[in-house]
Design a protein around this ligand. Structure first.
Ligand code: 26Q
Length: 832
């Protein structure tokens, strides 16, 4: 094993150079213009990026094969992670770091006249996800390979990932993401693992010889799933796993021969129809979009993955039968990343019953052993419900299985605990009765899974107490917590090379693996010379971001200012508009007193709004308009700047995070399940201003109250306020600053000649009832901001806080999260 591990390390710069040149000349068909004048054209840089990636992927694929052999030999249990989303970002730099080939590749490229860091910028982000949930999946894949676990990620090979964002006169414009218009050097197509997926049609009752009836599904249409594998390279480990993404195509044999005989053009239309299934990622997060295509996406990918899991199992361990089903459960675990892949449960049941002749009892028992489910949200609008009629239309056989699961659950388990309790049956049923009957996907997940976890302690507590109290009564051991984490490889080692180098000088251990070892820096937090070095690096990163800001927006900012960062999807519950309201207040204070003593501040936003989320788009527009006014107002002497960076994504996060002084984590308490940006920013030495919500609570526990700025209502206070009846007008009428700032939004001050354009935000606070308690938390937030500004001016105090934040983030290594899953939910052993 040691040999596999070190094989990459011994590849020299000279060797790498040869490999890169080979791909330039052969694979890419000599696409490069060699004359010096053309050397650094975009076209050439793209070609060199591609050749470098191809050369690297060749090395990676060798390791992938070796890992497969090793995993087969060790016969270890595998984890199959099912997720509709993976936010992988760029792969080149990360893969080089994880293989310990960054330095030699840098050298190889230098001798060819190129800068590696510069070339890394050529790669498109793999943006096959919306936000937190998708990025978490990517961090988990990194950790699984790093810890030598046998893991496969399953997802959809979207032709278009999350939309690209630009601004036109302050408004968000969405453009399609073309990440693989000309292919991607990281993908391997696996035609031999293609799957055929039935869909639509009807169920027939067929009499058996013994007189019993069985259900036979006569499908109306076949889809073809073609897998593309993206290798996942562990950090300093011998394991390379795969992310397997399914592309949907028409099953030409089926459609051309049986359905469309003689109708050549219709057959082509069917092909186009099938391709829409994997065409585009739904850009809604935390909101159920509920239409047929999304439903078919979910089913298509679940069905492909379940078939693939079974066929991989059989290839290694022999036929799957009732007799061997125990072995299957010992070798296969399946994790559902939220309810999006719930149909995998029904599909496994269907396959076992209809294709492997399992009894109901055996199939149900097996499903319970293999599946577990992660809940990522408590927001009611994000809890998936699909109409029974849609289910019936698309998956008639699965619906009959679902009914049977529900019946058994209600009659056996619910009735035993709450005998003859109709209200309880209605509450816990997988079917929600009403004008339109609906399937509650989360109920099916909880009823089936052996474990259900939330993603931070407080969130998991709320899942037990508020979301599923009865399920928790039924099965007290089932609901549990696994606090999220982030990979320190991407979110420190690769994105912040200057800080990484400093840390490596002062920490003996390999901190990128054992992040807890950074705690040995704590004594240095007071050390003047270390403080100086640490803050000099922060400053250098800020200078780099200053340049980026200028390029992207044309705005001049000073690296001497506080860089205050809020980067995440745009949502009312995340309260970007609380931040904005406070900016308005600061601006007002400065206009009233231009000599107000205040450390200059740059407020930096990055956020995409779901295209159909009107208010979110208006918050973006308002921020851009207010920024325009403030940034050009000479009266306030550059004390305040506001920057909204367009097209926030993983690769932009990697530039912003190392340069952040302040991390805004200001969701209404009880609404943000965990957050993971909070961890990334703190790890890079940003100080958090935040509510007692999600993982902020655990971050505060780690760094201590002196090194974080906590404000606002607690979960219990929010609940109490709701019971008492929250009246936002109270704050509007009694707080002059709030009133003035909100009334400002009605004027044309920020939108000359077009008064009222920003009024909807004010309305959401007043007539709209301020559902996320922005006005209630405003004063407390403003006070915390004030205290933070004072703290920043004490250079030593601030440096100490920043250092301690970096030093004390060990808990939030995603390797720790994975080990929690392994010990309590998956029960894996490493394959090396
Ligand atoms: C559902 C139905 C139809 C269409 C879309 C959706 C949908 C898609 C994405 C619903 C939710 C999501 C994404 C949720 C998400 O990203 N949640 C975040 O998960 C992170 C990782 O656990 C947490 O840190 C965040 O707190 C949580 O908001």
């Amino acid at each position: 094993n040691k040999n596999i591990k070190s094989s990459a390390a011994i590849i020299s710069a000279t060797d790498l150079k040869k490999r890169i040149q080979h791909h330039l000349n052969s694979t890419l068909g000599d696409r490069v213009i060699c004359e010096d004048a053309y050397k650094n054209t975009p076209q050439n840089k793209q070609a060199y990026w591609q050749a470098t990636s191809l050369a690297l992927n060749e090395i990676i694929i060798d390791k992938l094969q070796a890992s497969k052999v090793q995993q087969a030999k060790s016969a270890t249990k595998s984890i199959n992670y099912l997720s509709l989303e993976y936010l992988m970002g760029r792969l080149l730099s990360n893969n080089l770091h994880n293989l310990n080939l960054y330095k030699s590749t840098e050298k190889a490229l230098k001798s060819l006249g190129f800068d590696l860091a510069d070339l890394c910028e050529e790669g498109a982000d793999l943006a096959l996800g919306n936000g937190g949930l998708g990025r978490l999946a990517a961090c988990f894949l990194d950790s699984l390979a790093t810890l030598d676990y046998n893991a496969m990620g399953y997802g959809i090979h979207y032709q278009h990932g999350l939309f690209k964002q630009s601004f036109k006169d302050g408004h968000q414009i969405e453009q399609p993401d073309m990440w693989r218009e000309f292919g991607s050097p990281w993908e391997i197509c696996r035609p031999e693992a293609t799957q055929l997926i039935p869909v639509y049609g009807y169920v027939e009752q067929q009499a058996q010889t013994d007189g019993s009836l069985t259900s036979v599904w006569r499908a109306g249409k076949m889809l073809k799933g073609v897998p593309w594998d993206i290798p996942i390279v562990g950090y300093n480990s011998s394991t390379v796993n795969a992310l397997r993404l399914w592309e949907c195509r028409a099953d030409s044999a089926f459609d051309w021969d049986t359905l469309n005989q003689g109708d050549y053009l219709q057959a082509h239309h069917d092909q186009v129809n099938a391709e829409t299934v994997s065409k585009v990622l739904y850009p809604n997060d935390e909101h159920d979009a509920g239409n047929e295509l999304r439903f078919i996406q979910q089913y298509f990918f679940c069905a492909c993955s379940i078939k693939d899991i079974i066929s991989r199992y059989q290839l290694q361990f022999g036929p799957l039968t009732q007799a061997t089903s125990r072995n299957f459960a010992d070798k296969v675990a399946i994790q559902l990343n939220d309810t999006h892949p719930t149909i995998a449960i029904l599909e496994l049941m269907r396959v076992l019953l209809d294709e492997y002749d399992f009894s109901w009892q055996n199939a149900w028992q097996l499903a319970g052993k293999v599946f577990s489910y992660t809940n990522h949200t408590l927001l009611p609008e994000a809890l998936e419900k699909w109409s029974v009629s849609l289910f019936e239309h698309v998956l008639p056989r699965h619906l009959t299985i679902l009914y049977r699961i529900n019946e058994a659950f209600l009659n056996d388990e619910v009735n035993a605990m709450w005998p003859n309790n109709e209200a309880m049956r209605a509450r816990l049923s997988i079917i929600e009765e009403g004008e339109q009957r609906k399937v509650r996907m989360a109920h099916l997940c909880v009823i089936t899974s052996h474990k259900v976890n939330g993603v931070a302690q407080i969130h998991s507590d709320l899942v037990k107490k508020d979301l599923f109290p009865e399920f928790n009564q039924l099965w007290p051991e089932k609901l549990t917590n696994v606090t999220n984490g982030i990979t320190p490889r991407r979110w420190l080692k690769s994105c912040n090379p200057l800080l990484s180098e400093l840390l490596s000088k002062h920490v003996d251990d390999d901190w990128a693996k054992n992040l807890n070892s950074l705690s040995s820096l704590s004594p240095l937090a007071d050390n003047a010379s270390f403080q100086k070095k640490f803050m000099a690096i922060k400053h250098q990163n800020k200078v780099a971001l200053t340049t980026e800001i200028k390029t992207l927006t044309g705005i001049d900012v000073s690296p001497e200012a506080i860089f205050d960062v809020q980067i995440k999807r745009l949502h009312e519950y995340k309260r970007q508009h609380l931040n904005l309201l406070h900016i308005l207040a600061l601006y007002r204070r400065l206009l009233a007193d231009p000599d107000l003593p205040m450390q200059p501040r740059v407020f930096i936003f990055g956020a995409k709004a779901a295209p159909g989320y009107q208010l979110a788009k208006e918050i973006i527009y308002a921020t851009n308009k207010i920024a325009e006014k403030i940034n050009n107002d000479t009266r306030i002497q550059d004390k305040l700047k506001v920057v909204f960076l367009p097209n926030y994504r993983v690769s932009l996060a990697e530039k912003i995070i190392p340069a952040a002084d302040v991390s805004e984590q200001i969701s209404t308490a009880g609404k943000e399940a965990s957050g993971t940006g909070n961890m990334k920013l703190a790890l890079n030495g940003a100080v958090t201003i935040g509510t007692l919500d999600g993982a902020n609570i655990e971050i505060a526990e780690e760094v201590g109250d002196d090194n974080i700025f906590i404000f606002g209502l607690t979960v219990d206070e929010v609940k109490a306020l709701d019971i008492k009846g929250y009246n936002p007008y109270h704050f509007y009428e009694t707080n002059n600053e709030i009133k003035a700032c909100l009334d400002w939004l009605d004027t044309d001050y920020f939108t000359p000649g077009r008064a009222g354009e920003l009024s909807s935000i004010k309305q959401s606070f007043l007539e709209g009832g301020d559902p996320y308690k922005v006005l209630a938390d405003f004063e407390s937030y403003s006070d915390a901001q004030q205290a933070l500004g004072v703290a920043y001016q004490d250079k030593k105090r601030w440096a100490k806080m920043a250092i301690l934040n970096t030093a004390l983030m060990g808990k939030f290594n995603s390797d720790r999260s994975i080990e929690d899953y392994v010990k309590n939910i998956w029960f894996l052993t490493p394959s090396v």
